[in-house]
Design a protein around this ligand. Sequence first.
Ligand code: CA
Length: 227
Amino acid sequence: MNPRILLVEDEPAISLPLRDRLVRSGFDVEVVDDGNIALERATAEPFSIILLDIQLPGKSGLDVCRDLRQRGIQTPILMLTAFGETSDKVIGLKLGADDYLAKPFDPLELLARIEALLRRTAPTPSTVLTFGPIQIDTRTATVTLNGQPVHLSAREFQLLLYFATRPNQLVTREQLLSEVWGYDASINTRTIDVHIGWLRQKLEQDPKKPTLFVTRIGLGHQFVPPL
Ligand code: CA
């Protein structure tokens, strides 16, 4: 899949040739020319990087940058600053932008900056475990199901991670007690069942007929990843 770029620029004389250049360099590019639409698009869908002009109709690039960071959107942002906006680039970086480039810029330099940002922010492959529609990011302790975030408690996450690193293995209650709960005296096997029940509620297609978190009566539990 090509990296996706959201290009926010209201001057077609800049955005059209730039879009063509980026597409030829192997990126998927969506162009928007309004700050409010940029905020909407960048919140609704994951982009690999956002190229953000400052002077925009609707909402300035600086406000878009600030609002995205306030919403917890961490997509790398490269501000495109016009001549005379040197103080804006400083503000942009303070508001959470990752880099800036002054117009007019050499497209080759822009490409180099984009590649550098993508390298810097790319997750190490081994930190993301994928099981069909389920993705577990061990670095950020986040889980998504069909791309939608799933809220797990810390214990649920530990339990899921324990299973996910042992796909198809039979795991005994004793193992779970010792390695997920650390032999906390206040917990009993019922606690394990309750937590597995919560994982089923959050991740199984039909929690009443679990296929991911399977109980083998008298033996233990098994995480069976979807094919
Ligand atoms: Ca502009």
